[in-house]
Design a binder for this molecule. Structure first.
Ligand code: FES
Length: 169
């Protein structure tokens, strides 16, 4: 496993804090994901070896907790709020539109690994839904026009077209 030196240091430091090695599996998974961006098969086997447990014991945790990813994240992340206020404002339909326009399905990156869309829970602007975040950029009141502008902006930033500026409020 090609881990950053600081990750290896954290791993070596945390294991002795547990009375039995296997109890350190969750912190190791967090450190691994922070280092690699996701938990690969190789990473699960590496952790299992480190903690003297079976890879299936690690796999069970990775599949149980939605936080852990089993594939690399796309370069750009589009998050669509699906909590009640935004859902009532049309966020599910908006999410379908974004998937169609960006040519990807929920939770699966585009073929070139450029963009990924996921649902998010409340993004703290419930009165102005639907709310979307693209990486760290925040957009609210996302109607069809604004959605089209967001898509055009993402495409232009990845060299696939031209875009007008999108207002973020
Ligand atoms: S419900 Fe969407 S921002 Fe709160």
């Amino acid at each position: 496993m090609n881990l950053k030196p600081e990750t290896l240091e954290r791993i070596e430091a945390v294991i002795p804090k547990y009375p039995v090695k296997r109890s350190a599996v969750l912190p190791l998974l967090h450190y691994m994901q922070a280092d690699q961006g996701y938990i690969s098969q190789e990473a699960m086997e590496w952790i299992a070896g480190k903690l003297e447990i079976e890879p299936i014991n690690v796999y069970e945790l990775v599949t149980f907790y939605p936080f852990f990813r089993q594939k690399p994240r796309a370069r750009r992340l589009v998050r669509v709020c699906r909590t009640l206020s935004c859902a009532l404002s049309g966020s599910y339909k908006l999410c379908e539109t974004l998937q169609k326009e960006l040519d990807c399905t929920l939770g699966n990156p585009t073929a070139d690994g450029e963009v990924e869309i996921e649902f998010a829970e409340c993004l703290a602007s419930c009165g102005t839904g639907p709310v979307v975040m693209v990486d760290d950029d925040f957009y609210d009141n996302v109607d069809e026009t604004k959605a089209a502008a967001i898509v055009a902006k993402i495409k232009s930033e990845s060299g696939k077209g031209a875009a007008e500026p999108v207002s973020e409020d």
